[in-house]
Design a protein around this ligand. Structure first.
Ligand code: GLN
Length: 473
């Protein structure tokens, strides 16, 4: 069983943060699953500082991996894109400020799909992250490095970001826990935008209680993100494990075509476990679910085409030479963006262009409202919804790279949650042919407390989280 934060804090107490961080650095160095884009040179210095300052609290001296699209002062932030090669942010994201204040050690940046665009970490300019359970398979994405590093015991906790499933997908594929908070619960200040109306920074860990601890630290109000909501959460305080009387809704549309039989069975077994613990379930219908994927991709690509306009060789990272600004910018973008990023900029620009705007972008926004209403209606009668996180376990590296549509289809059960903005957590619920499977527990707006409680109860009554991936050294 991998160590949770409480065990690590004890180790730090009885030895030192320096020693504990050194042992994690050693694991990172020995591994070749390609979970990191860079390791912080000052990790040991940060640990020494935590030791000397004697900071109290659950994260003091604890190493954490940060997805490479979250700005870290003095440490490269490339979004796993060649266009940001060499870019070192002059400031910290809100979540990083909070982590540093809590004494956490930013040990390195984790690999991801380029700008978060993907489901397998295969679009990274650094190459794919390998799944610690089977290194011929993908780690999921886009926060593949964050999940694989946790599953392989290279860090106890990490941060990812979730625009359409990017925390939950790799959490499910790597057998870790991952939370996509309510839109507005965590400040996006310092997160490099892919599709800003959909995304949130979210934590990954081996224990539900560690997810709550991280949320207490990063989920504080910040007026530099105008969509950040000032609310009183108390994630750890809300953490119990009693689900007696909990009302679970099971949306039938999340068990439709393409959802692997083994995955369905494991999720139903998990729901059975909740019944044994005193919860009750009913089937619910969310009829607009089949339209969510198309709406998501139109909205995400439209926002991406606008957000990525700032990468033109002028301000950030590298540039290609050209005889004038126009040639420089277009050569930079042509040579340094990867194929998937270019595809999305082109489709997004098309969806927003005069004559097509109403037909695609506006229509997608209308569908988004319908999807949101599905959730509001379902939550009139139930406390949480449960469904498979991903339709299948981790697939083989290269298996879907030539067919972007089949890759997009893997997001079928995660994107509706981002369209609505509700919170959702993926917890390990078993194994299919040796590969981890994730149960998704979806909650009401700003009701992370209930999904954390449900996930915690499940974890306490099962042993999936005690299993070790083959790559753990
Ligand atoms: N796979 C989805 C996409 O490619 C989600 C990615 C994400 O959440 N960043 O857009």
């Amino acid at each position: 069983m991998l160590d949770g934060l409480s065990v690590i804090r004890n180790k730090i107490g009885s030895s030192s943060a320096e020693e504990v961080v050194a042992s994690y650095l050693d694991r990172i160095e020995k591994s070749d699953i390609n979970a990191f884009t860079c390791v912080a040179e000052d990790a040991i210095d940060q640990a020494k500082k935590a030791d000397s300052l004697n900071i109290e609290g659950p994260l003091a001296g604890v190493p954490i991996a940060i997805k490479d699209n979250i700005s870290t002062r003095g440490l490269p932030t490339t979004c796993s894109s060649a266009i940001l090669n060499g870019y070192v942010p002059p400031y910290d994201a809100h979540v990083i400020e909070r982590l540093r204040k809590a004494g956490a050690v930013i040990i390195g940046k984790s690999n991801m799909d380029e700008f978060g665009m993907g489901t397998s970490t295969e679009t990274s300019t650094y190459g794919p992250t390998l799944n610690p359970w089977d290194t011929e398979r993908v780690a999921g994405g886009s926060s593949g490095g964050s999940a694989a590093a946790v599953a392989a015991g290279q860090v106890p906790v990490s941060l990812g970001s979730d625009t359409g499933g990017s925390v939950r997908c790799p959490a499910a594929f790597c057998g870790t826990v991952g939370l996509k908070p309510t839109y507005g619960a965590v400040s996006r200040y310092g997160l490099v935008s892919y599709a800003n109306s959909l995304e949130q920074i979210g934590p990954l860990a081996n224990r539900v209680e560690d997810i709550a601890t991280l949320m207490d630290v990063i989920g504080t109000y910040d007026n530099r993100d105008s969509t950040c909501v000032n609310h009183d959460a108390g994630y750890t305080d809300a953490l119990q494990d009693d689900v007696e009387g909990l009302k679970i809704g099971v949306p039938e549309e999340y068990f439709g075509e393409g959802i692997d039989d083994n995955v369905q069975k494991l999720v139903w077994d998990a729901i059975g476990k909740f019944e044994d613990m005193g919860a009750e379930y009913t089937k619910v219908s969310m009829p607009n679910t089949p339209y969510a994927l198309a709406a998501y991709y139109i909205i995400a690509m439209s926002e991406a085409s606008s957000n990525l306009a700032r990468f033109d060789g002028t301000r950030y990272g590298t540039r290609s030479e050209g005889e004038n600004w126009h040639m420089m910018a277009s050569k930079t973008r042509q040579e340094k963006f990867g194929a998937e990023v270019k595809r999305r900029i082109l489709i997004g620009t098309y969806a927003l262009s005069a004559g097509y705007h109403d037909k695609y972008y506006l229509k997608a926004l209308k569908v988004r409202t319908l999807v949101k209403q599905d959730f509001e209606r379902a939550f009139e009668d139930v406390d949480v919804l449960m469904a498979p996180t991903m339709p299948t376990p981790a697939f083989k590296i290269g298996e879907k790279m030539d067919d972007p549509l089949s890759l997009y289809l893997s997001d079928v059960n995660t994107v509706p949650i981002n369209l609505a903005g509700v919170p959702s957590i993926s917890v390990p619920c078993g194994f299919s042919e040796g590969l981890p499977v994730g149960l998704q527990v979806i909650g009401k707006y700003f009701d992370e407390a209930t999904i954390l409680k449900a996930a915690n109860a499940f974890e306490k009554n099962t042993d999936h989280h005690t299993k070790l991936a083959g790559e753990v050294v």
